[in-house]
Design a binder for this molecule. Sequence first.
Ligand SMILES: [Cu+2]
Length: 329
Amino acid sequence: MALFLGVFHLLVLSLAVSAQQCTSPGQRKAWHKLTNAEKTAYIDAELCLMKKPATLGLRGAKTRFDEFQSIHQLQAYSTHFVGSFLPFHRLMLYAHETALRNECGYTGYQPQTLSRYWQEQLDAGRFSRSTILDPVYGFGGDGARTTGCISNGPFANYTNSLGPGYEITNHCINRRINDAISGGSAQAYVDACLAMRDFETAWPCIEGQPHTGGHAGIGGQMGNGVSSPGDPLFYLHHTWLDKIFWDWQARDRATRAKRIAGTNIGPDFAPGFPPRPASIPKPTGAAGDPGTVTTLNHVLNMYGNSPNKTIGDVLDIQGSYLCYEYVEP
Ligand SMILES: [Cu+2]
């Protein structure tokens, strides 16, 4: 009888686990590999978010697109240079992708096919010539010399209401591409991070050069640590970083998809991050953590754009909450 009950319990347990498991993960593909129709589908979904009015009452946000930028603007100093940097951006990308799908009908041309990433090492050192900046099947090109505003492409006419930094002002999406700085996205920097032995070294490595190469190589809004999601390229850049994080995790998934570390106290000031005005409350980085170290119980705040989740919920991209995979370019 005891044996029978034991087997029965095992069965129930395995059923409960499999019910939560990710059986058909959504595919995240490299932008360079998409057909023109797939590129257009993604861009159209983003344009749709830009046309939908804001619903969450977040400071200064006018559209649904802006409300995702708000998540980042309001928490810039508690989600960078801290242990939650990679999990926070992972959940933010997922929230954005979910909005593209549920609010803008985005299916990416087949069910379960989701966000796109910019395989930046292909363009490192030559961002200005990347096909991702194509004016028709891409995100438009560099900022104009006089105004800094992107002057072509699908997002040239968007009026951004958040930024630069913490400001609330109507402005264009601006860029200032620097090919030399974009060299920071090179494969050598990616490989260096993938070779790191533990989270304590892999996270600052990813947040360092590959992260900075994409932000500062595009420049303008993307180069602003607080308001960078005002440029839709942000999502393609950070999805690439999320892929690098996952590629690193997958090398020892049993350990690395279950472990987090690092401080939860962000700096008071950081280069590329405009100072936080007193009107914005200092975010409490420690939500869910018992002390000053980032733990699996650390809560990632999406400000109503999607459910808040803990770091433990999102460390595995094929776990109980997230369900996607990266398709190699
Ligand atoms: Cu960020």
